[in-house]
Ligand binder design. Structure first.
Ligand code: HEC
Ligand code: HEC
Length: 511
């Protein structure tokens, strides 16, 4: 049985295997027990309070008894909660509660973002209730609430008691598909560049200080299309200012940056992999995950203190399972698809079923033929630098300095992680299977529209991006003719007949 099937049968989603709720249940249970066992006013409690003095004594005695009782229950509850919390649950909590980089903005700035929107939307926001306005902002920038949590806080940001909004990994790695919020799913709605531009404008108007990202965004593109970011080059740029031990030094970068946008991979692949990133250059470990925290204000000592947190975050990633396809599957057609998949695709992507395998194969660029900007952007020099630094334990963890191309990813939960390829250039699985039909320009038709027939984003296709659009609408268009955004390559499905492709498509829904 495949991991995906197993997960489905056990009704799991991409939350930790032993869900966070276990610790909350433990707290609730101990509270109930506390109530039953430590009930004040039970036997032996005096009914009458006679004199003022007596009253005072009695009340203070009751108070101290009550405080003692509270202390015992609190100690016991935290004890129970800590005992129950697994490493994966702690990891999820760190992601939601610990700010590892400086905040982007505060609550006041967030609440005023709508004042920067195009006039029609602004008028709608102005007339709306604060709650509706917040929903509009969430939709515009690709934010969601946290599943199983009614605090209303965003999954994608740590929001502290002072109202500071600090981005976490879920900005890129937590999103929605067909109306479901899934931590670990690439966030196909994230509008980072628009969020930073509009929040900077609000800060300017309110006289508030800029964040490091605000300054960074003045010299570096953050992401030209919703759901994709220039994340790899943020990493390259930040790493250029570090020595091997992560001390901040003058920039070592000698060649110009090759800016390009990428679509984050789903986190539920993590447990299947031994190597990370598109070309698989880094051995899996908790330290590579910490590159996200390479903000100038974080010196080496911060990295050392956060190692345990990132061991937990590693355990959280390792615990994730792909989400199950929520619509119907034609089992007979899918069985036919399995045989075709095993003949034409499994050498690279692995097999599913009783004896699953995953070869983690790096396919040379000339053979895969997908967009090459990522390969040009992260050079042997960058990999060598990584091999010599703290993240790879100074090369103790094997680093591939010059891998030939891109690793064929696992296809578990592939139905959910549209758009496809590392740059997010192909909107549906049908388009992956029909290379000649891939649109030059596409745009999502409505928020979370899911195309069940073609399996992926519901899109309209265009021959060009219309002129005169506001920035948000322009970035809602994916233009495959732009640098780093090509939808070419991966022509392997071309040998299949239309009927065979239909069968493979059905099979892919199950993985
Ligand atoms: C700004 C967007 C962004 C943020 C924030 C971000 N990531 Fe990523 N992440 C990416 C992109 C894009 C890739 C693909 C990079 C590549 O393969 O070259 C990636 C790749 C990864 C991978 C490799 C997965 C694989 O299958 O090879 C892991 C693991 C990962 N990120 C974990 C994290 C963690 C943990 C954090 C927070 C500490 C984080 N990311 C924050 C965008 C982001
Ligand atoms: C020679 C190796 C190879 C073969 C054969 C191959 N693929 Fe791929 N496939 C890759 C690589 C490498 C990528 C990653 C390309 C990229 O992101 O630029 C990929 C990407 C994909 C993706 C997109 C994954 C994602 O997360 O975006 C899908 C879907 C896919 N392949 C399906 C198939 C199917 C179906 C077949 C068989 C008809 C097939 N592949 C045959 C190597 C291969």
């Amino acid at each position: 049985m495949s991991a995906g099937r197993l997960a489905r049968e056990m009704g799991r989603s991409t939350r930790p295997r032993k869900h966070l709720r276990t610790s909350l249940d433990a707290v609730a249970a101990s509270q109930q027990q506390g109530r039953r066992w430590g009930r004040p006013g039970g036997k032996g409690c005096p009914d009458l309070i006679r004199t003022e003095n007596d009253t005072f004594n009695l009340v203070s005695a009751m108070k101290s008894g009550f405080l003692l009782w509270l202390a015992v229950v609190a100690w016991w509850m935290t004890g129970a909660a800590i005992a129950e919390e697994t490493a994966a649950e702690r990891g999820y909590r760190h992601l939601l509660e610990t700010p590892y980089v400086p905040a982007y903005f505060d609550q006041e700035v967030f609440d005023n973002l709508w004042t920067t929107w195009p006039s029609e939307l602004r008028a709608e926001a102005e007339a709306a209730s604060p709650a509706r306005r917040r929903e509009m902002a969430f939709a515009r920038y690709g934010l969601t609430t946290r599943p199983g949590d009614d605090s209303g806080k965003p999954l994608q940001f740590v929001v502290d008691g002072q109202g500071n909004w600090t981005p976490n990994c879920f900005t890129c790695h937590g999103g929605t598909v067909a109306g479901q919020i899934i931590p670990g799913l690439p966030n196909s709605h994230y509008a980072l560049q628009t969020l930073i531009q509009e929040s900077r404008l609000v800060k300017l108007r309110m006289g508030k200080p800029f964040s490091t990202t605000d300054y960074g965004a003045m010299v570096m593109p953050l992401g030209g299309t919703h759901g994709t970011t220039n994340a790899v080059i943020f990493g390259v740029a930040l790493a250029a200012y570090r020595d091997q031990d992560l001390n901040v030094v003058p920039s070592k970068q000698s060649s110009p940056f090759v800016h390009h946008d990428m679509d984050a991979p789903p986190w539920w692949h993590f447990s299947k992999k031994e190597r990370l990133y598109l070309e698989g250059f880094a051995s899996k470990g908790h330290r590579p995950l910490m590159q996200f925290a390479l903000d100038q204000q974080n010196g080496p000592e911060k990295f050392h203190t956060w190692e345990d947190d990132f061991r937990d975050i590693y355990a959280y990633l390792e615990s994730l399972e792909p989400p199950a396809y929520p619509f119907g599957i034609d089992e007979r057609l899918a069985r036919q698809g399995a045989a075709i998949f095993n003949r034409h695709c499994a050498d690279c992507h692995g097999t599913y079923g009783d004896r699953p395998s995953y070869p983690e194969r790096n396919v040379p660029l000339a053979e895969i033929g997908t967009d090459r900007a990522r390969d040009d952007a992260l050079t042997a020099e960058h990999h060598e630098d990584y091999r010599q630094n703290w993240f790879s334990r100074y090369g103790k963890d094997r680093v591939l300095v010059d891998p030939p191309g891109y690793v064929a990813p696992p296809l578990d939960g592939i139905w959910a992680s549209a758009p496809y390829f590392h740059n997010g250039s192909v909107p549906t699985l049908w388009h992956v299977l029909h290379p000649a039909e891939r649109p030059a320009v596409w745009k999502r038709t409505r928020g979370d529209g899911f195309d069940q027939a073609r399996v992926g984003l519901e899109v309209e296709t265009l021959t060009d991006v219309p002129r005169g659009l506001d920035v948000w609408t322009r970035r809602a268009h994916f233009d495959t003719r732009k640098f780093g955004k090509s939808a070419q390559g991966h022509l392997f499905p071309e040998v299949l007949t239309p009927a065979e492709k239909a069968a493979v498509l059905e099979y892919l829904k199950q993985l």
